[in-house]
Design a protein around this ligand. Structure first.
Ligand SMILES: [Zn+2]
Length: 193
């Protein structure tokens, strides 16, 4: 990894975090983002930070073969587990999109077939059962889900989306939220989307 590539990836994660916050896909200190490099390094957002206001030096560098350092996101273990299990995944975005969670509370996942973007970007969506945030159990469940699908809904928690880069992973989060908005509007005609 060159210093220029790392600087670019840091800037992308900062920008993507700001997009998540601006679009209401996270609030407060929710969510986390990461990307992987060819040499086994991983950059992940820091524990407890507002992901909408990061700067490039906030991002924590991890190694794929090692446990996450203390300053890394509480879900860094899940990110590393997914990268170890899924060689084709280079970026991950975890967010708490409210409409997806509302739909999940009704016992439903977003239907990819409701929108062209759904069919194209999230043709399969996995469901991860409710387990403790930050746990190794959640990390293993996330790895199994992303082995099978580019997007997963974490029960009573949020979503995890994968991509070749952070923008594709973010786009998948946005498409999940759009699919959920359409589904909720179809359920309740008083909902404005
Ligand atoms: Zn979360």
């Amino acid at each position: 990894m060159t210093i220029w590539i790392e600087a670019l990836r840091r800037a992308e994660l900062v920008a993507a975090g700001a997009v998540l916050a601006r679009r209401g896909l996270i609030c407060g200190r929710e969510g986390n983002l990461s990307c992987r490099f060819d040499d086994g390094a991983v950059l992940v957002t820091p524990r407890g930070a507002d992901k909408g206001r990061l700067v490039a030096t906030d991002l924590v560098r991890c190694r794929l073969a090692e446990p996450a350092p203390a300053g890394a996101s509480s879900e860094a273990a899940a990110h590393l587990a997914v990268y170890r299990a899924c060689p084709g995944v280079n970026a991950l975005v975890h967010a708490h999109p409210r409409r997806v969670l509302a739909l999940a509370a009704l016992g439903r996942l977003p239907d990819p077939g409701a929108l062209e973007e759904g069919t194209a970007l999230v043709p399969r969506i996995e469901r991860v059962p409710a387990v403790a945030p930050g746990s190794l159990e959640l990390a293993a469940a996330c790895a199994r889900a992303i082995e099978r699908a580019p997007a997963a809904v974490l029960a009573r928690h949020g979503v995890l989306c994968a991509g070749d880069d952070v923008w594709r992973a973010l786009e998948r989060v946005e498409v999940l939220e759009s699919l959920a908005a359409v589904a909720l509007a179809a359920v309740d005609r008083t909902v404005t989307i």
